[in-house]
Design a binder for this molecule. Structure first.
Ligand code: ADP
Ligand code: MG
Length: 398
């Protein structure tokens, strides 16, 4: 699960990570009030209005309706903050991470203007190869870290975190020193790093990224941007985080799938897939690609699905306007083929079938399942093997 920058900063600030003074705003009037409050508190007229969407690259992004304007705007005074808020809210921001369609901005963060001396990078994520969380730091702040990793990997410092003891003081010193910090900034960096690592672990994050982490002209160390992703499997123990979910930012089909406990990921191809088991779903997507097609989704209905769940899955697939053919590929182990057949037949009867449907069943009660499909009188193409099924689906989608 992802959250907005302002939400991530709130969670971090509550755990001792230093962030600039800021306030969320949902309207131009609120943006003005927020700016007034911040100017009053800091004595500095410069404030920054930042579009809140679940995507980075906002500073360099541009609004579709207003190409002069980017998603991060430095302004002077509350009046100007209100004017910029008016120009941003309800408009579509396009960045390298949103894709060409962009995202509609509905929330803003109004933040104190910071006197930046240096922009650094800090990130934390799970390194699956070594089985530990790693803290990453780089002097190349503000840049895409993927680019730094590809071109100059030596510029990324990495510290693996021992799960039993957390960040050890010498590791913090190594990172702060490696970033070239000294004096006040060096001293402030050590508690900053400890707090950040603890926040990552306490919140069950899967990614925490501070890009940029800035050193101010006054020697302050601040998280100027914050991106937090969470491990969905641990959300049950973080109700406060779960409450931060912004449905506007999430894929409607994926949300619906989640409510049915289906593993569903929306993709950009045109062959809808309904499969049981994650491995078989991956293999099905591979074989579709092998025959020149493109899957419209990943969908694992799971082992113990009933007919209603299968019908729900089928409806989610058919609602996608890009879907030009559907491939149902089921290996009945725990799942019975007759249950799948029943679910598919019920769903087709309810929502109709406007695209070709190819079904390949194998395993428990396969004969019964096939018989049900045949006797249903519905225009369903059955296939004997996965290869044949994929080939048929690719042909029919054309
Ligand atoms: P994004 O990564 O989506 O572009 P950031 O929050 O990283 O958004 O902001 C982009 C850039 O804007 C930063 O690298 C920094 O130079 C500038 N910036 C952001 N917030 C502030 C602030 N409060 N004060 C001064 N400059 C800022
Ligand atoms: Mg950033």
């Amino acid at each position: 699960m992802k959250i907005h920058e302002y939400q991530a900063k709130d969670l971090l600030a509550a755990r001792g990570v230093a962030v600039p003074k800021s306030k969320v705003a949902f309207s131009p009037v609120e943006a003005r009030a927020a700016a007034e409050e911040i100017i009053e508190a800091t004595g500095n007229e410069v404030v920054v209005v930042k579009a809140q969407i679940h995507a980075g690259g906002r500073g360099k992004g541009r609004f579709k309706e207003d190409p002069e304007l980017g998603g991060v705007k430095v302004v002077k005074g509350a009046e100007e903050a209100e004017a910029i808020a008016k120009r941003m809210l309800g408009k579509t921001l396009v960045t390298v991470q949103t894709g060409p369609e962009g995202k509609v901005v509905k929330r803003l963060l109004v933040e104190q203007g910071v006197d930046i001396d240096r922009e650094l990078y800090l990130g934390m994520t799970l390194d699956r190869a070594i089985g530990r969380n790693v803290l990453m730091a780089s002097t190349e702040g503000g840049m895409e870290i993927e680019e730094v990793a590809a071109k100059t990997p030596e510029k990324i410092l990495k510290e693996a975190i021992d799960p039993a003891v957390g960040l050890v003081p010498f590791q913090g010193r190594k990172v702060a020193f490696g970033l070239g910090l000294s004096g006040t900034a060096y001293k402030k960096m050590l508690p900053f790093l400890s707090a950040l690592v603890r926040a990552y672990e306490d919140l069950d994050c899967s990614l925490l990224e501070i890009n940029p982490l800035v050193v101010t002209k006054q020697g302050e160390v601040l998280a100027l941007d914050a991106k937090a992703n969470f491990d969905d499997n641990a959300l049950y123990r973080h109700k406060d985080v779960e409450d931060l979910r912004d449905p506007d930012e999430e894929n409607a089909a994926e949300l619906e799938a989640k409510s049915w406990d289906l593993s569903y990921v929306d993709l950009d191809g045109n062959i809808g897939c309904m499969v049981n088991g994650a491995g078989l779903a991956m293999a099905t997507m591979d074989i579709i690609q092998y025959f020149g097609g493109k899957p419209a989704n990943f969908l694992d209905v799971g082992g113990g699905a009933n007919a209603e769940k299968v019908a729900a899955a089928f409806k989610i697939i058919t609602r996608d306007p890009n879907v030009k053919a559907i491939l149902v590929n089921i290996f009945g182990g725990i799942m019975r083929c007759d249950v799948i057949a029943e679910g598919v037949i019920n769903a087709v009867k309810e929502v109709g079938l406007s695209v070709p449907l190819v079904v390949r069943l194998e395993g428990t009660n396969v004969a019964q399942g096939k018989k049900m499909l045949e006797e249903s009188g519905l225009p369903i193409t059955t296939a004997a093997s996965l290869k044949e099924a994929a080939q048929r689906a690719v042909e029919l989608a054309k």
